[in-house]
Design a binder for this molecule. Structure first.
Ligand code: SAM
Length: 272
């Protein structure tokens, strides 16, 4: 099925494939700003660099929105995004200077360090182990719709990936953008195992944000030891979800419109 570019209600663009859209048709950029940039409270943390991890690079809209705010505030953005089905680079909705200088999924200048990791979260450990290997160019791969078949979507990390970087490891990220397709398309992205993976990579004060608002998704986050809160969604979505490693983080100023949810999972180990 072909990807179709569509204009959304705030004038920004996204892609549609069948009845699935990459971002909300009620405002693609507004959704990125509300659900990911604002709800992660990156700006409130007084950081000189932002370390963001994303599941699902898609069109690149979340990167573009985050970079715009970082730039306005003179903050360097270090952005890692997993994307097993990268669309051709010329279709991405990111500034031209990024598209034109993306090399093996990596872009770097003094304001932005971007790494698009061409594999799924499930393959994280395997790809970390393979970080010494070199690979071919994964740019411009024909778009495949996500599937759960490891062999079909698993790719080796690109050459020069910073997985050997000593900064990289558990507890690096200030924000984790959980942005896969919904549970019917990407069920493995909504499991306790996936949220445990994210938990291990977030800093103690780091925040998970997602448009996802189902009870099942929230329980999966709680099973992975996250404290979970619900708040107003973007556009016509009633709710969205944030999660952190401890309740006081979700009670900080700016989160007044969020309500922490009770967990039945306190002290339990997550089940995958
Ligand atoms: C909703 S789109 C992401 C939208 C994107 N963040 C943007 O700003 O345009 C979901 C993306 O998640 C990717 N995805 C699906 N399963 C995944 C997995 N297991 N691990 C990582 N990414 C996955 C898909 O290929 C798809 O591009």
């Amino acid at each position: 099925m072909k990807l179709k570019i569509i204009e959304t209600e705030d004038g920004s663009f996204t892609y549609q494939k069948g009845d699935i859209t990459y971002r909300s048709t009620h405002g693609a950029k507004s959704e990125s700003l509300h659900v990911f940039v604002q709800a992660s409270q990156l700006l409130k943390q007084n950081l000189s660099q932002w370390y963001v991890l994303e599941l699902g690079f898609g069109t690149g809209m979340n990167l573009a929105a985050t970079f715009e705010i970082a730039q306005k505030n003179n903050i360097k953005l270090v952005y890692y995004s997993l994307e097993p089905n990268l669309m051709p680079v010329n279709m991405l909705i990111v500034p031209d200077f990024i598209k034109n200088n993306l090399n093996e999924g990596v872009f770097e200048n003094e304001n932005l360090e971007l790494h698009i990791l061409p594999f799924r979260w499930q393959d994280w450990d395997a790809c970390l182990g393979e970080s010494q290997r070199t690979t071919g160019n994964h740019r411009g791969l024909p778009l495949q719709f996500p599937n759960e078949n490891l062999n079909e979507t698993k790719r080796q990390p690109p050459q020069g990936l910073v997985l050997q970087d000593t900064r990289f490891g558990e507890g690096l990220f200030d924000a984790y953008y959980h942005d896969p397709f919904g549970p019917s398309q990407s069920p493995q992205c909504w499991t306790p195992a996936c949220f445990e993976w994210a938990y291990s990579l977030l800093k103690d004060d780091g925040i998970l944000t997602t448009y996802g608002a189902s009870g099942q998704a929230r329980r999966a986050m709680q099973a992975a030891h996250f404290v979970v809160a619900k708040g107003p969604g973007s556009g016509r979505k009633r709710e969205m979800t944030i999660a952190g490693k401890h309740a006081p983080r979700l009670e900080q100023p700016g989160y007044e419109s969020f309500t922490i949810l009770k967990s039945r999972h306190v002290g339990e180990r997550a089940q995958s």
